[in-house]
Design a protein around this ligand. Structure first.
Ligand code: SF4
Length: 117
Protein backbone atom coordinates (compact mmCIF):
# COMPACT_ATOMS: atom_id res chain seq x y z
CA UNK A 1 0.00 0.00 0.00
CA UNK A 2 1.28 3.47 -0.92
CA UNK A 3 -0.04 6.84 0.27
CA UNK A 4 0.69 10.31 -1.14
CA UNK A 5 -0.44 13.74 -0.03
CA UNK A 6 -0.79 16.47 -2.60
CA UNK A 7 -2.59 19.71 -3.43
CA UNK A 8 -5.13 19.51 -6.23
CA UNK A 9 -4.22 22.09 -8.90
CA UNK A 10 -7.35 21.72 -11.05
CA UNK A 11 -8.91 24.89 -9.60
CA UNK A 12 -7.90 27.73 -7.25
CA UNK A 13 -9.49 26.06 -4.20
CA UNK A 14 -6.38 23.88 -3.87
CA UNK A 15 -7.92 21.02 -1.89
CA UNK A 16 -5.42 18.95 0.06
CA UNK A 17 -5.71 15.36 -1.17
CA UNK A 18 -4.63 12.07 0.31
CA UNK A 19 -4.34 9.31 -2.28
CA UNK A 20 -3.90 5.69 -1.31
CA UNK A 21 -3.00 2.96 -3.77
CA UNK A 22 -3.63 -0.65 -2.92
CA UNK A 23 -2.77 -2.67 -6.01
CA UNK A 24 -5.02 -1.37 -8.78
CA UNK A 25 -7.39 0.32 -6.34
CA UNK A 26 -7.07 4.04 -5.61
CA UNK A 27 -8.79 5.88 -2.78
CA UNK A 28 -8.84 9.68 -2.75
CA UNK A 29 -9.92 11.75 0.25
CA UNK A 30 -9.95 15.51 0.81
CA UNK A 31 -11.34 16.34 -2.62
CA UNK A 32 -14.37 18.59 -2.93
CA UNK A 33 -15.32 17.37 -6.41
CA UNK A 34 -14.75 14.56 -8.89
CA UNK A 35 -12.01 16.42 -10.72
CA UNK A 36 -9.91 16.18 -7.58
CA UNK A 37 -10.36 12.43 -7.49
CA UNK A 38 -9.29 12.18 -11.14
CA UNK A 39 -6.29 14.43 -10.47
CA UNK A 40 -5.20 12.41 -7.44
CA UNK A 41 -5.34 9.11 -9.29
CA UNK A 42 -3.52 10.58 -12.31
CA UNK A 43 -0.81 12.00 -10.06
CA UNK A 44 -0.28 8.63 -8.46
CA UNK A 45 -0.34 6.69 -11.74
CA UNK A 46 1.52 9.02 -14.11
CA UNK A 47 1.75 12.76 -13.35
CA UNK A 48 1.19 14.98 -16.40
CA UNK A 49 1.94 18.66 -16.95
CA UNK A 50 1.56 21.26 -19.69
CA UNK A 51 4.99 22.78 -20.37
CA UNK A 52 5.22 26.53 -21.05
CA UNK A 53 8.42 28.21 -22.20
CA UNK A 54 9.81 30.30 -25.05
CA UNK A 55 11.81 29.57 -28.19
CA UNK A 56 14.31 31.66 -30.13
CA UNK A 57 12.90 33.41 -33.19
CA UNK A 58 14.92 34.39 -36.24
CA UNK A 59 13.84 37.57 -38.02
CA UNK A 60 10.95 38.39 -35.68
CA UNK A 61 9.93 41.56 -33.85
CA UNK A 62 11.28 40.02 -30.66
CA UNK A 63 14.10 37.51 -30.14
CA UNK A 64 11.84 34.91 -28.49
CA UNK A 65 8.26 33.66 -28.76
CA UNK A 66 6.24 32.02 -25.99
CA UNK A 67 5.20 28.41 -26.54
CA UNK A 68 3.40 25.58 -24.75
CA UNK A 69 2.75 21.92 -25.26
CA UNK A 70 -0.66 21.45 -26.91
CA UNK A 71 -1.49 18.80 -24.29
CA UNK A 72 0.03 17.74 -21.01
CA UNK A 73 3.14 15.54 -21.19
CA UNK A 74 4.42 13.03 -18.66
CA UNK A 75 6.18 14.85 -15.82
CA UNK A 76 9.17 12.56 -16.38
CA UNK A 77 9.50 13.93 -19.96
CA UNK A 78 9.61 17.63 -18.99
CA UNK A 79 13.44 17.75 -18.94
CA UNK A 80 13.62 16.31 -22.48
CA UNK A 81 10.93 18.75 -23.68
CA UNK A 82 12.81 21.73 -22.23
CA UNK A 83 16.07 20.52 -23.81
CA UNK A 84 14.32 20.29 -27.20
CA UNK A 85 12.92 23.80 -26.73
CA UNK A 86 16.38 25.17 -25.88
CA UNK A 87 17.80 23.63 -29.05
CA UNK A 88 15.02 25.06 -31.24
CA UNK A 89 15.06 28.23 -33.36
CA UNK A 90 12.00 29.11 -35.43
CA UNK A 91 11.72 31.52 -38.34
CA UNK A 92 9.35 34.49 -38.20
CA UNK A 93 6.51 35.02 -38.78
CA UNK A 94 5.01 32.91 -36.01
CA UNK A 95 1.29 33.09 -35.17
CA UNK A 96 -0.62 31.91 -32.11
CA UNK A 97 -1.46 28.24 -32.53
CA UNK A 98 1.30 27.48 -35.07
CA UNK A 99 2.96 24.13 -34.46
CA UNK A 100 6.61 25.10 -33.94
CA UNK A 101 7.74 21.55 -33.15
CA UNK A 102 5.61 18.48 -33.89
CA UNK A 103 5.99 15.51 -31.53
CA UNK A 104 8.34 17.46 -29.25
CA UNK A 105 11.00 15.20 -27.70
CA UNK A 106 9.14 12.13 -28.97
CA UNK A 107 6.23 12.71 -26.58
CA UNK A 108 3.57 12.55 -29.29
CA UNK A 109 2.54 16.10 -28.33
CA UNK A 110 3.04 19.20 -30.50
CA UNK A 111 4.68 22.39 -29.28
CA UNK A 112 2.58 25.42 -30.28
CA UNK A 113 3.14 29.17 -30.28
CA UNK A 114 1.16 31.22 -27.76
CA UNK A 115 2.12 34.62 -29.18
CA UNK A 116 2.52 36.33 -32.55
CA UNK A 117 6.09 37.17 -33.51
S1 SF4 B 1 -10.92 18.84 -5.67
FE1 SF4 B 1 -12.26 20.02 -7.01
S2 SF4 B 1 -12.71 21.86 -5.80
FE2 SF4 B 1 -10.89 20.91 -4.88
S3 SF4 B 1 -9.12 21.94 -5.89
FE3 SF4 B 1 -9.59 20.04 -7.04
S4 SF4 B 1 -10.94 20.72 -8.69
FE4 SF4 B 1 -10.94 22.33 -7.14
Amino acid sequence: MKTMEMTCIRCPMGCRLTVTQDGDTFTVTGNTCRRGEEYGVQEMRCPMRTVTSSVRVEGGRRPVCSVKTAQAVRKADIGAVLAAIRALTVKAPVAIGDIVCPNVAGTGVNLVATAND
